[in-house]
Ligand binder design. Structure first.
Ligand code: GLC
Length: 574
């Protein structure tokens, strides 16, 4: 058993090894259940590592497995240095780290330190009041002067929480409010307090000593708040928008620089750090990922996954090929010289891409693979979310009782129960937008429970596992899975994919998303019809027989016409 980080990490080729890497996200609760309790666990991950390694993956990102009351499926941690019994033990995690390393891969953990659980001992101590040593570890404020504490409107400011309601919770024990940007079970840590930062850095060091290879940092741009905590502009929710005061706070760079000094700099070896940053702009992302500052290797931006939001995430907006190209193209350009992009369609918070930007009914295979080809051949580090490599689709829930996610349930409560909205309409919105779309169990086989569990799954299995599953796809060379393998292989074998520059082509084409990657005399050209209509593309000197890969039979490739959702990758030059 490895307790001290002696499990050898894969040797790093260079400090920027992650520029040619592909990351696979495991959401343990929904990945594989080894003990029949209906909830995925670490031994389940261990048992299926070869599926991930077989894809050619370099890094596994494990969503939170630490001790947690599970109010937000583990993004509410009550002990950073222990594993929740739902998922297993520290020994299981050590075994997983070792098995990941044995396969030449690395493992990064989810670092959730903007907030803790309200059941974390730090908060339990803090809420006791002013005498406790940790009284200042969270944001505590008095009620507004002249108001009745605990009554609506008495909150210290008007910010709304991310899920629903006010961002402040009244705490009678302490006769004060505490701030929670997410649920009331997730109080925000006060990073202004140096002891808080030290405790976080010590915990990070403990994990790195244990053998993990870096972190995906949850909403890490929220850790510095404008100390005045001013009211925000009131939105349709009736609450103020606090984002301008906490999404890029005055000390966020200072905190990340300190983290680098206290955690990463003193260590030999190379790690991967990726910061989740809602609301981050390309300019800010460049600052965070500028190699001279060395704060983070890359960030997750949210612009392309907000294109189908109209004002708020629940209101649908139709997304065009031009929208996608404008957004992704702008990010490519902004981080071309300095900084680095992460590339993703999916994660545990986003609906499935084939159902969202593709066509899971009319052209499931074509759209799943065309979207994969487009994403994976951009410049940046691609992330594959479990099941994406199979083209897994949104859930098909027919009742609100099928949903599990705190955000979805809060939305339903707010719109239907409190505001007497139409239940059928709310359900239709959740079917399209709920985070649970990403959280249905991984579809391993066509058998009962999709091979995910021998028990009753914590959330319903998608019935399409009878034809959409890993076992069938691994043995079918023409499957979505094998297309992902090819794309990942291409990133490893073709330097123009990993490090080449990027330029959009055929800008304005309403159907075809086209671009080129170039490194020296090597050029890769991608043409992808992201629509249900036929498309054409500008040949611009292209020899049409030099197709590296595509998602339609080779005999159809020698034309500049693309069938609906057809995508091809050409090699130009030598
Ligand atoms: C991040 C996580 C999300 C979680 C939230 C609060 O956005 O990805 O799942 O609910 O932070 O921790």
């Amino acid at each position: 058993m490895v307790l001290d980080g002696t499990s050898p990490r894969p040797a790093s080729r260079d400090a920027l090894w992650w520029q040619s890497a592909v990351v696979y996200q495991v959401y343990p609760r929904s990945f594989a259940d080894s003990d029949g309790d209906g909830i995925g666990d670490l031994r389940g991950v261990l048992a299926h590592l070869d599926h991930i390694a077989g894809l050619g993956i370099d890094v596994v990102w494990l969503s939170p497995v630490c001790r947690s009351p599970q109010a937000d499926n583990g993004y509410d941690i009550s002990d950073y240095q222990d594993i929740d019994p739902l998922f297993g033990t520290l020994a299981d995690l050590d075994a997983l780290i070792e098995a990941v390393h044995e396969r030449g891969m690395r493992l990064i953990m989810d670092l959730v330190v903007n907030h803790t659980s309200d059941e974390h001992p730090w908060f339990v101590e803090s809420r006791r009041g002013h005498l406790g040593g940790k009284s200042d570890w969270y944001f505590w404020r008095d009620a507004r002067p002249g108001s009745v504490p605990g009554e609506p409107g008495a909150e210290p400011n008007n910010w709304g929480a991310a899920f629903a309601g006010s961002a402040w919770e009244w705490c009678p024990d302490r006769n004060q409010y505490y701030l929670h940007l997410f649920s009331a079970k997730q109080p925000d840590l006060n990073w202004e307090n140096a002891e808080v930062r030290e405790a976080v850095f010590a915990m990070m060091n403990w994990w790195l000593d244990r053998g993990v290879d870096g972190f995906r940092m949850d909403v890490i741009n929220f850790i510095s708040k404008d100390p005045a905590l001013p009211d925000g502009e009131v939105t349709a929710t009736g609450y103020g928008d606090g984002m301008p005061y906490f999404s890029y706070g005055p000390r966020v760079h200072a905190y990340l620089a300190e983290m680098r000094r206290r955690v990463f700099e003193p260590r030999p070896g190379t790690y991967l750090t990726v910061g989740e940053m809602p609301g981050v702009t390309p300019q800010q992302a460049r600052e965070f990922t500028d190699s001279k500052r060395g704060q983070l290797d890359m960030v997750f931006q949210f612009e392309h996954v907000s294109l189908d939001h109209d004002g708020d995430k629940w209101t649908q907006r139709t997304v065009s090929v031009n929208d996608l190209r404008d957004t992704l193209g702008r990010w490519q350009e902004a981080l071309a010289e300095e900084g680095w992009n992460s590339l993703y369609w999916n994660n545990h918070d986003q609906p499935r891409v084939v159902s969202r930007f593709g066509d899971d009914e009319g052209c499931w295979f074509g759209s799943a693979t065309a979207l994969a080809i487009v994403l994976h051949l951009h410049r940046g580090t691609p992330y594959v979310y479990q099941g994406e490599e199979l083209g897994m689709t949104n859930a098909v829930f027919d009742d609100v009782t099928d949903f599990r996610d705190i955000e979805s349930l809060d939305y339903y409560e707010q719109t239907v129960v409190r505001n007497q909205g139409d239940p059928a309409a709310a359900l239709a919105v959740l079917r399209r937008k709920s985070r649970d779309n990403a959280r249905t169990p991984m579809q391993w086989t066509s058998g009962p429970g999709a091979g995910f569990t021998a028990g009753t799954p914590w959330i319903r299995v998608n019935p399409n596992h009878v034809w959409l599953n890993a076992a069938d796809q691994r043995s079918d060379p023409g499957s979505v899975y094998h297309l992902y393998r090819q794309l990942i292989g291409l990133r490893h074998s073709e330097p123009a994919v990993a490090r080449g520059d990027f330029a959009l082509l055929d800008v304005g084409n309403e159907h075809v998303y086209a671009f080129r990657r170039r490194l020296g005399s090597r050029e890769i050209r991608v043409v992808a019809n992201l629509s249900a209509a036929d498309g054409t593309f500008g040949r611009d000197g292209l020899e049409l027989d030099q197709v590296l890969l595509g998602n339609r039979p080779a005999r159809e490739r020698e034309t500049d016409r693309l069938a609906p959702w057809e995508a091809r990758v050409y090699l130009v030059g030598t």
